[in-house]
Design a protein around this ligand. Sequence first.
Ligand code: AMP
Length: 117
Amino acid sequence: MTDAASDCLFCRIVAGEVPAEIVHTDDHTVAFRDIAPQAPTHVLVIPRAHHRDAAALSASTDGGVDALVRAAVKVAEAEGLGDGYRLVLNTGQDGGQTVFHVHLHLLGGRAMTWPPG
Ligand code: AMP
């Protein structure tokens, strides 16, 4: 499923129907600030096309995973995260995914801990 889903929150952000603080766009991705930030910088990078999770995106043939990572690196540079950052793809129920339009979390601006909760 890659068409915009009318009941998908993140498809509605891509379409401009739901407001978001967008920090980067390109032909394949949109990046916007998380509404409940877990770090000084917390940006979600999403494909414009609807894929429910990382598995669906990786099974597609449009290079979507590369596009997400490339966009996240650009945002990290623009946000001045030269000391490092974390990229997270929560996937499925046990992965803690709550919004089923795949999104890459970019977290930075503080030292991260390990393991994650
Ligand atoms: P996940 O739990 O990995 O599915 O992450 C979903 C993320 O989407 C959470 O960090 C939420 O805070 C974030 N989120 C939910 N609704 C919005 C919204 N309208 N604008 C920005 N971020 C959102």
